[in-house]
Write a protein of this length. Structure first.
Length: 113
């Protein structure tokens, strides 16, 4: 009788914890993806800024100033596009997280709810 009670308690405990464990794993995986995205984006913005600083340091005559100003306009356009792409990628990442979490919640609810 005691073994049956312990087995029943263990089963209930596992069924209670299973959604929590799945939610924790999902959160950890999505946090990792978010951190990787942010680190990658930060690195590319730093690289772009360093490139522009080096280009500014190379200005030594009116022609190089004109070339720098032209490249600045191109860089601003590129930066704007990168920002838009990063915003979309972040939105997609958060959308996937919400979809996965909603699915997990739905699966965890008792039947009929």
């Amino acid at each position: 009788m005691t073994n049956e009670v312990l087995a029943k308690m263990s089963e209930q405990y596992q069924s209670f914890l299973s959604p929590v464990i799945k939610a924790n794993k999902l959160s950890a995986a999505n946090l990792e993806a978010l951190v990787n995205f942010q680190m990658s984006a930060l690195q590319s913005y730093v690289d772009m800024a360093m490139s522009r600083m080096k280009a500014a340091a190379d200005i030594n005559d009116p022609a190089s100033l004109q070339a720098f100003l032209t490249s600045q306009a191109e860089t601003i356009s590129s930066l704007n596009q990168k920002f838009m792409d990063d915003t979309k990628a972040l939105t997609d990442l958060m959308g996937r997280f919400k979809t996965e979490f909603d699915k997990l919640v739905k699966e965890s609810l008792p039947s009929g709810q």
